[in-house]
Design a protein around this ligand. Sequence first.
Ligand code: COA
Ligand code: AMP
Length: 636
Amino acid sequence: MATGTEYDDVYRRSLHDPEGFWAAAATGIHWDRPWDDVLDRTSAPFYRWFAGGQMNTCYNALDRHVDAGRADQTALIYDSPVAGTSAAYTYRELRDAVATFAGALHAQGVRRGDRVVIYLPMVPEAAIAMLACARIGAVHSVVFGGFAASELAKRIADARPVVVVSASCGIEPNRIVEYKPLLDAAIEQVEVKPRRCIILQRPQLTAELHQPRDISWLDAIAGVPPADCVPVEATDPLYILYTSGTTGQPKGIVRDNGGHAVALHWSMRHVYGVEPGEVFWTASDVGWVVGHSYIVYAPLLAGCTTVLYEGKPVGTPDAGAFWRVIAEHGVRVMFTAPTAFRAIRQQDPDGTHITRHNPSTLRALFLAGERCDPETLRWAEEKLAVPVIDHWWQTETGWAIVATCLGIEHTPVVPGSPGRPVPGWDVRVLDDRGADLPAGQTGALVVRLPMPPGAAPTLWNADERFRETYLSAFPGYYQTADAGYVDDDGYVFVMARTDDIINVAGHRLSTGAIEEVLAQHPDVAECAVIGAADDLKGQLPVGLMVLKAGVDRPDQEIVAEAVQLVRDRIGAVAAFKTAAVVARLPKTRSGKILRATMRKIADGREYTTPPTIDDPAILDEISGSLRKAGYPAAPR
Ligand code: COA
Ligand code: AMP
């Protein structure tokens, strides 16, 4: 197979001289004070990029472009089929809206380093609030709207925000999601309460405001002087984004200002092949890392036009929604999760909607967030007739670890692989003892330290947890918790998580967290949650519950309560709809639940009875229970 020499050259340079490579990339950013060290290695394995440098992320995303002649270029297009509205902001308009809201935050007592939790649906105010925090050096923590009150509470308790910014409601195709009662319940649960809640009242629903804590968005901005950009340390936190860990306590991924801005700015041209002034669309949610990086920060840092879409790939109103957005706004490069394409393909296998809308401006499609099955990739390639690029990354890394870098060289795409390591990322495959594995052999996918700019420097208030979770298993490497292999041509194949994280419709969930909720049901003695294969969402959580002795109620009743409990405690996004009551769980003689074997049974894959199992007969019982619960699932 041909391998690109251009790519090889850039990649080699990035690893051979990371300081030189990223110092050159950093010239794409405006610095208020130059850095002392490109990379401060003195606290290894904790690394700090651009130590001593000062800059402001919001200035680089907005003001700089206004000053450099892009004031009248569209910065952000809001397109909402669910609200039936759309709007556009030029760079000047967006800068002014952000400066005003930054003034409002300041007026409510938010100062540099203070945290602001943002719990908003996909409205422009979400991006405005994020950029306003960046403007005054406050640290935002965005919480996805599909989470329940107790998940929101965990994040508020950990981040201790001075202010929470929220809205009266979100809009799902089948219902209005009232945000305010969820926010009130979350605040009720936390010890240290936010001083103020700024609530965006949407036309679809007016929320009840509790004085003096709550203030409407309009009242908050009324008459306040706009706030200017405050230079911050490159190493200061820009945001905290909580993501699923192996327990119910989410991990607060920290992103710095300087390294993040440099990496994302660089990625727009080199990974995505996008030039300033072009329209870039990421169909995701600002509550996820993909939304942080590629709806808000990267496109604006690069002087592009970004699209903020409040809708779904199907049902708003049909499977042509994406093609309409592309055609209407002249999108050049799009980014979404494979699950969105599986949903479209299911409803419109022949791609008739594509012909109807003619999305001919599109130059490339990028997919990430979960493993991309080759059929979906091929379908998208054939129907759209543009390169379809799978790429692999994580909340922790902030941007792509492995991709085909369209802006460097369009090397061949290998279906099933997200491509080759992006410059800056030294990807290795190790065995259990930390030895390098040869090409083709599956092991732990790790990144040799230091990671490039943009990767999380630590966890919020939890350096030790960061070290323990990511850096301790393989000293000198970052453990991705994905398993996979690299082939002879250097293509990386990402096969599965090595922990109990599952990926449901591109959303990252912890089966451990769901188990913690099920265990709270008064009738449940013990339980296990597995991620079963689903041909639309990739995986779906399935619960297996053993009841306490003496419980004498119909199984269906308990299952229905368990499903509701997960919806109430974690949220609708968990998509937890299936559970079965079983007599026993299969375990090893040392008491470890055999989740991997149950997963194979649920997926209808071949399995061997583990030699350490305490009673092999249990597997037949589990198989029978899973069959009754609909697994292995028939294709939808
Ligand atoms: N606020 C409140 N509820 C939300 C929500 C939000 N922001 N997002 C999703 N939900 C709810 C949904 O309404 C659904 O509720 P229901 O059980 O009452 O039907 C539940 O959470 C599960 O949502 P989801 O898994 O997204 O399923 P869906 O059937 O609504 O949509 C897809 C399926 C494939 C169309 C959808 O998942 C999708 O567009 N995915 C794109 C992938 C993506 O954005 N990934 C992010 C990382 S790149
Ligand atoms: P998140 O932190 O939500 O972005 O989820 C990260 C996880 O999603 C990774 O650790 C992988 O397990 C999975 N993932 C993301 N992108 C890909 C991809 N392109 N191929 C395979 N798995 C992926």
